[in-house]
Design a protein around this ligand. Structure first.
Ligand code: ADP
Ligand code: MG
Ligand code: MG
Length: 895
């Protein structure tokens, strides 16, 4: 197989094979942009290596050939004694995994070629600095030596020479450092630092392959739902040098601001530095405006390239570049990660610039991003103790105790505490802590630092570059310039990812502008907005929501049991209620009547209990119908087992035993205990509930349907437009539905007769048992509509109960790739989704055009919604909070 592609051979659509970085390097090469020559080793090669544990022979041969071609093109040779060609070895998987895998720069340097480089560049210091960096990176990433050994030696050397910056270290000191580094390699890896350039190249390549399986790569992939079997490509790229003096440097830039979405270029630049110095946030950086002053020619060329790339990709791009003695080189580009706000703004900006259509704009935003924009923010009022203001790197408002390291962050978060990870700077090793924390605060680094990039990718609040803070991770203290107090793990701080503010103590949170928009509309949100960024954001969200509403075929309803929830849902665009649970109508003071109903010894007693419940439930329905006037409202008759309304078995047993001991036993309690004991079930989820309960407890259906019908009559007489849909839960057999339906219809007819109105409300059922899905063609004969209860359907299809398994093995199953993600979060398309498909097909065979919806968590889950669209459901129903997300995702699904 062809394992090696020159940059001039590939293009941006070959991400599977060449990885994201390789595909984009190829694309830039094709566009004629200045990319240093090189080649990409495919993900196939990585997979072959990981499968066999050895580099395939063909690969070695193909690398030799590609390397020679590059050498010929440049007229120099890898690691030669005179004017050596050097390369970087860079990982690059299909999906960008920032900082996940290591890059080794300056491959090709050895004791001889370092002198050749010194002569060729006329800069001895530069050559030795490059060599010591190679040994350091190689030692750390290829040979797995603890990086501290190298950085300690470096710091010691600087102290020894009385300098503070790396670039101030004199040549002789660098030469000493190279010897010390070689000794470190020898000591900790048990081998001599390899002098053969090709051996360096091969070892680095293998290390990149191996890095695919490091723990932090696994953690990142799990979080981002990236499959574990893709493998990474390896890019071998001719070195260019940003560390060749003051007219050199390296930087990262974005074609628009990735944190706010503001138009206009944005970037960080570091003079006389190489590679990862910018991203690592080791020194504070210059802006692109500063670069314009320093080197107008390179700046202009960069701006032209940025515009070119943005037009070509028709999206926000981020770009890594290096200037070597006034010559610009592009080292990487990709469609840039951005915050949720930037995603919405950039999408509509590009529409206005006629680079993309409204449909494309809709594909550029996601329900998850909308969710992020709905999160609350810090309020402006009240006393706030501002500690410092730094770079707002990833939005949101996070409050929590300070955590200084992974261990602290993960253990305290696991215990339910909210923590803010506070670090001088972060690196890939800090990933577990970042995942666990509510927010991240760093003292060093800009918007393109590791902390910022990773936090943005995860949608985690982040403030970075707070250089007023002195973080001591060992002593676990933070000192703040100009302040007395020392912060510790016991201190609570609040960080604002929108403004960059850091506060001491709790700060109250308020609605976000997008939430104001969703609740109160565009006008209100625009009026409330205090700046142009916010106004543009709200307008962008509005445009995209409207477009989604135009495009979507799925209707969106909400699950709401109370008028307040219903109002919330409507204001967020719900077109009806897909699930109104009625169990709460049996709770509170009404519990007593329910107990009376269960304990009733005679028909008279039972009827009295039912009669007491009727006006109360009717009242509930009247107010719901009033709120939902003119909109459909699916009322589910009682679903949980009755013993949920009875006292707890253990508690009651203890009480009865104690009372008996004291000679104070109330015979009623003893009787109650007997009933509780009798109705106790080993598997309540599979017990006497839903339709089973409705059919066995006399008068229960009649009570509920009468309450619905009488409430509807009252509303109709008042000129209202109630639209109840009566839903029977937990149907397994059509016969169950048939009996329930007959009884419900009888009541509707009675109430109709009493009132002189025709009450012709649809009666349907939930499909939440495999048997109902399999026999749906039959069930449909008795049903006016179906609603898929995918929570129970997931439990009954897999045969496990959510409450029992989420804590015990779901995590393990996700790790073992038995599930892609928890089947309770995103629908298991093949299995549970297959049941839904069966149900839809069967039902529509009997009744074409039959209304079918889904209620349950999956109704608001972005990944599940596109499936529900495909399978042909009429609507999804989700929690009121998620209604906007469902609208957006339903629009995206329809494209
Ligand atoms: P990442 O995926 O972490 O961004 P990269 O492969 O892009 O890793 O490399 C890390 C850093 O090294 C980048 O800042 C990049 O600019 C620099 N770099 C990589 N290859 C070269 C090269 N051939 N010449 C100069 N700098 C390079
Ligand atoms: Mg990079
Ligand atoms: Mg259910």
């Amino acid at each position: 197989p062809k394992y090696v592609y020159r940059f001039s051979e590939g293009d941006k659509d070959q991400k599977d094979l060449l990885g994201g970085k390789g595909a984009n390097l190829a694309e830039m090469t094709k566009l004629g942009l200045p990319v240093p020559p090189g080649f990409t080793i495919t993900t196939d090669a990585c997979r072959a290596y990981l499968a066999s544990g050895a580099v395939p022979d063909e690969l070695s041969v193909q690398v030799t050939k590609a390397m020679r071609e590059v050498e010929e093109e440049l007229g120099r040779q890898l690691g030669a004694a005179h004017d050596p060609l050097l390369v970087s070895v860079r990982s690059g998987a299909k999906f960008s995994m920032p900082g996940m895998m290591e890059t080794v720069l300056n491959i090709g340097l050895n004791d001889v070629s370092v002198k050749g480089l010194a002569t060729a560049s006329g800069d001895e210091r530069f050559a030795w600095d490059s060599y010591r960096r190679l040994i350091q990176m190689f030692g750390k990433t290829v040979l797995d030596i603890d990086g501290d050994h190298f950085s300690d030696a470096l710091e010691a050397k600087k102290a020894d020479r009385g300098v503070s910056m790396d670039y101030e270290i004199p040549v002789e000191a660098l030469q000493e450092l190279v010897e010390e580094y070689k000794a470190i390699v020898k000591e900790h890896a048990g081998l001599d630092f390899p002098q053969d350039p090709r051996a360096q190249l091969d070892m680095a390549t293998e290390a990149v392959f191996r890095s695919w399986n490091t723990e932090r790569a696994h953690i990142y992939r799990r979080r981002e739902k990236i499959p574990h079997d893709l493998g990474t490509a390896v890019n071998v790229c001719t070195m260019v040098f940003g560390n060749m003096g003051q007219n050199s440097g390296t930087g990262v830039c974005f074609t628009r601001d990735p944190s706010t979405g503001r138009p206009g270029v944005y970037g960080d630049y570091l003079v006389n530095a190489q590679g990862e110095d910018v991203v690592a946030g080791i020194r504070n950086t210059l802006s692109l405006a500063d670069l314009e002053e320093l080197d107008k020619t390179s700046y202009d060329e960069l701006r032209t390239a940025m515009r070119r790339l943005e037009t070509h990709y028709r999206d926000l791009c981020d770009i890594e570049f290096t200037i070597e003695r006034g010559k610009l080189w592009l080292l990487q580009t990709r469609v840039g990660k951005r915050t949720a706000a930037a995603a919405f703004r950039v999408a509509t900006q590009l529409v206005d610039e006629r680079l993309i259509t409204m449909d494309e704009a809709l594909t550029r935003v996601t329900g998850d991003q909308l969710t992020q924009l709905m999160f609350p923010q810090f309020g402006q009022s009240g006393d706030r103790d501002l500690l410092t203001r730094a770079m707002p790197a990833s939005p949101g408002a996070a409050v929590g105790h300070i955590a200084f390291n992974n261990e602290e962050a993960t253990s305290r978060a696991a215990a339910g505490e909210s923590v803010i990870l506070v670090r001088r700077e972060t690196n890939p090793d800090d990933l577990p802590g970042m995942v666990a924390a509510a927010g991240v605060l760093t003292a060093r680094g800009g918007k393109t630092s590791h902390a910022a990039v990773v936090a943005r990718g995860m949608g985690k609040t982040c403030v970075c570059g707070a250089d007023q803070l002195e973080v001591d991770a060992v002593a676990k203290t933070v000192r703040v310039a100009g302040r007395e107090e020392v912060l510790t793990s016991d201190s609570v701080i609040a960080i604002d990812g929108q403004t960059g503010e850091v506060f001491l103590g709790e700060v109250p949170v308020v609605d976000s502008p997008v939430m104001t928009y969703l609740r109160s509309g565009l006008e209100a949100a625009l009026t409330a907005a205090t700046d142009d960024d916010t106004r543009e954001l709200v307008a962008a969200v509005d445009r995209l929501m409207q477009h989604a509403d135009e495009r979507r075929r799925l209707r969106v309803r909400a699950n709401a049991d109370t008028p307040e929830d219903a109002r919330n849902a409507i204001s967020r665009g719900a077109e009806g209620i897909g699930l109104c649970r009625t169990e709460h109508m049996f709770l509170g003071e009404r519990k007593q009547f329910v107990q009376n109903l269960i304990l009733a010894g005679s028909d008279a007693e039972r009827e009295a209990a039912l009669a007491a419940l009727l006006p109360l439930q009717k009242g509930d329905f009247v107010s719901m119908f009033e709120t939902m006037d003119g909109k459909p409202m699916t009322v589910r008759l009682i679903d949980p087992p009755l013993h949920e309304f009875l006292p707890d078995l253990t508690e009651l047993s203890v009480q009865v035993a104690v009372d008996r001991e004291r000679g104070q036993l109330d015979p009623a309690d003893e009787e109650l205990l007997a009933v509780v004991r009798r109705s106790h079930e080993a598997n309540p989820m599979l017990g006497l509930r839903g339709v089973r309960l409705l059919l066995t407890m006399p008068g229960l259906i009649e009570l509920q349907v009468r309450a619905i019908a009488e409430a509807a009559v009252e509303r109709l007489k008042a000129g209202g437009d109630p639209r109840p849909e009566i839903m029977i839960p937990l149907i397994g057999s059509v016969r169950e539905l048939q009996i329930a339906r007959e009884r419900a219809e009888k009541v509707l007819a009675e109430v109709g007769k009493e009132s002189g109105l025709e009450l012709d409300f649809p009666i349907g059922c939930m499909i939440e048992l495999p048997r109902a899905a399999v026999t749906s063609a039959h069930v449909a004969e008795e049903a006016d509509f179906f609603s898929f209860g995918t929570n129970d359907l997931t439990q009954t299809t897999w045969g496990f109960s959510r409450d029992d398994v989420e804590a015990s093995f779901v995590g393990h199953y996700v790790d073992e790739a038995i599930f892609g993600s928890s089947p309770f979060e995103s629908i298991d398309v093949d299995g549970v989704g297959g049941m839904v498909r069966l149900g839809v097909e069967g039902g529509r065979r009997t009744k074409p055009g039959m209304k079918m919806g889904v209620c349950g968590e999956h109704g608001g889950d972005p990944d599940s919604i596109s499936f529900f669209h495909q399978v042909g459901l009429t609507y999804v129903s989700c929690s009121p909070f998620r209604v906007p997300v469902a609208r957006l995702e339903a629009g995206r699904a329809a494209l």
